[in-house]
Design a protein. Structure first.
Length: 89
């Protein structure tokens, strides 16, 4: 629901917070599933899938990635986002 509303620049902001500030988003795939992101960071290709309340990383995901991700989503979508998560949608 929320993740499909993210704009490309918002996805880039999330990736900079999760991966590294100099990371370059090289691909954003918006299939029928949640967005799949490819990032080039420190000469390594990283792959992520964004979900409404979680982020999935295939190679490297920092320990606090879920917290950072939800914080960014709260910034983009406001209190409704947090309330839906806490109240079970």
């Amino acid at each position: 629901m929320y993740v499909k509303k993210l704009k490309d620049h918002e996805i880039e902001e999330i990736m900079h917070a999760i991966s590294d500030v100099d990371a370059v988003v090289t691909d954003i795939r918006r299939a029928a599933t949640d967005p799949e992101i490819t990032v080039l960071s420190q000469d390594m290709e990283e792959h992520y899938v964004l979900h409404d309340y979680d982020i999935e990383g295939f190679d490297f995901l920092p320990d606090n990635a879920t917290y950072i991700y939800r914080e960014k989503m709260l910034k983009f979508f406001g209190v409704e986002y947090a309330a839906r998560y806490l109240l079970g949608k």
